[in-house]
Design a protein around this ligand. Structure first.
Ligand SMILES: Cc1cc2nc3c(=O)[nH]c(=O)nc-3n(C[C@H](O)[C@H](O)[C@H](O)COP(=O)(O)OP(=O)(O)OC[C@H]3O[C@@H](n4cnc5c(N)ncnc54)[C@H](O)[C@@H]3O)c2cc1C
Length: 380
């Protein structure tokens, strides 16, 4: 019998396993694809600040970045390459966001960039020091040290006599960290949109001095000399929302790699000339996002039972979150969006403190917030 069984062994699940295990809990993870077999294994795994005038969302991202960068550097320094990022504006709006913010940056014009490397194209941008690229698979494996892992596809959760049974595994508590996959319990207020992306690892004789980000990202050279080029933009066809990460019906997977890889490499070439380029490996994946872009953590509210118990919620009556109905001992961490490795450890730490020490979860990332939003709308 485990204290915690985590379903999904990506950045979210592995980070949760780490903090729970650190607190002395027995933890098992299950995943149908293996550790970091979903979006987390496909990620370029860039960690960079979110510039712009301070608001709730970019404060969350930038706090998470500070926490997670320090965390990874302590956990596995050899899997972290912190050389900063050059952000190149897409348009005027982007330019404003990059230049007007509380984060320290250096402006690099094209002359300065050419002094750094003659391979830079005629571009200019904003350099942020606090940015890195990490090795996602190594990190996820390290996070799960001391926890058991089972490769299996979980079809249902059975709750009986105060504990969950998943195949032959028994656990007192479950954490759902399923990314884009269909949730094992009904969570109608959390509508996940999968957004597909591509990462191409290449070899090149060009030295890329730091990460570069415009609509796509190019990493600095890694220890083995390769570079990652990645982007996640393609929205899933909503008619096929049930598709899994590697669904062969989804147009993203059906479309030939050639066209997508060519487009990614072309965009990279508009930023820096990568000489003697050779494609080494192609990764595809889908990241989970909700409409507000905020990630979500916390106990899972049972929507139907909560509304049945407190129908006046639909009229706007304020019922405290602790009086809602919850699935027993069931938590989630999801919707990490395009910043799964920025958010993973930061959110898992908050979730663990909430579960074990009853510390509050900020409203903007709580399951409760989404529940109230949908419940109040449901009357109309
Ligand atoms: C191409 C690409 C590039 C990206 N680049 C970056 C980047 O540069 N920086 C960054 O921070 N983020 C990046 N992201 C986003 C990041 O990868 C995700 O936000 C993050 O990996 C999400 O982690 P997760 O644990 O929530 O989901 P996942 O890693 O998808 O993990 C969920 C896991 O749950 C498993 N699962 C679900 N249901 C079941 C079930 N019923 N039974 C068994 N197993 C189940 C799945 O197999 C999957 O492995 C990128 C994503 C993609 C696709």
């Amino acid at each position: 019998m485990y204290d915690y069984l985590i379903i999904g062994a990506g950045s979210a699940g592995c980070s949760s396993a780490y903090f729970l295990h650190k607190e002395g809990k027995s933890v098992a993870l299950v995943d149908r694809e293996g550790i970091a077999g979903g979006a987390s294994g496909a990620a370029g795994a860039f960690l960079s600040p979110l510039p712009g005038q301070k608001n709730i969302y970019n404060s969350l991202v930038n706090n998470a970045l500070d926490f997670s960068l320090d965390f990874y550097q302590e956990l596995l320094p050899e899997a972290v390459d912190k050389k900063g990022v050059l952000r190149v504006a897409n348009d005027n709006f982007d330019e404003d966001k990059l230049s007007q913010n509380s984060i320290k940056y250096d402006y690099f014009d094209s002359k300065k960039l050419h002094d750094i490397s003659k391979n830079f194209r005629e571009i200019e941008g904003y350099f942020y020091e606090n940015a890195a690229v990490i090795e996602p698979i190594q990190i996820c494996n390290k996070l799960t040290k001391g926890c058991d892992f089972y490769k299996m596809d979980v079809k249902e959760l059975v709750y009986k006599d105060g504990f969950y049974i998943v195949d032959n595994i028994k656990a007192k508590n479950i954490i759902l960290a399923q990314g884009v996959s269909s949730s094992l319990v009904e969570i109608p207020y959390m509508k996940i949109s999968p957004i597909f992306g591509l990462r191409v690892d290449v070899k090149s004789t060009t030295k890329v001095p730091f990460n570069i980000h415009k609509a796509i990202s190019i990493s600095t050279n890694k220890q083995d000399g390769t570079l990652s080029i990645g982007a996640t933009h393609e929205r899933h066809d909503s008619a096929k929302m049930e598709c899994l990460t590697t669904c062969d019906k989804c147009s993203f997977y059906v479309k030939g790699d050639d066209e997508q890889v060519k487009s990614l490499l072309k965009q990279a070439d508009e930023l820096i000339k990568l000489e003697n380029l050779e494609v080494v490996k192609i990764y595809k994946g889908a990241r989970a996002t909700i409409k507000s872009y905020f990630p979500v953590i916390g106990k899972i509210v049972d929507y139907e039972s909560s509304l049945k118990k407190h129908p006046s919620i639909q009229n706007g009556t304020k019922i405290p979150q602790e009086d809602l109905e919850y699935y027993p001992n069931l938590h989630l961490i999801n919707a990490l969006g395009s910043r799964g490795f920025v958010f993973g450890p930061y959110l898992a730490n908050i979730l663990t403190k909430n579960i074990l020490h009853n510390e509050p979860i900020p409203q903007e990332i709580s399951t409760g917030k989404l529940f109230y939003k949908m419940a109040r709308k449901s009357k109309f």
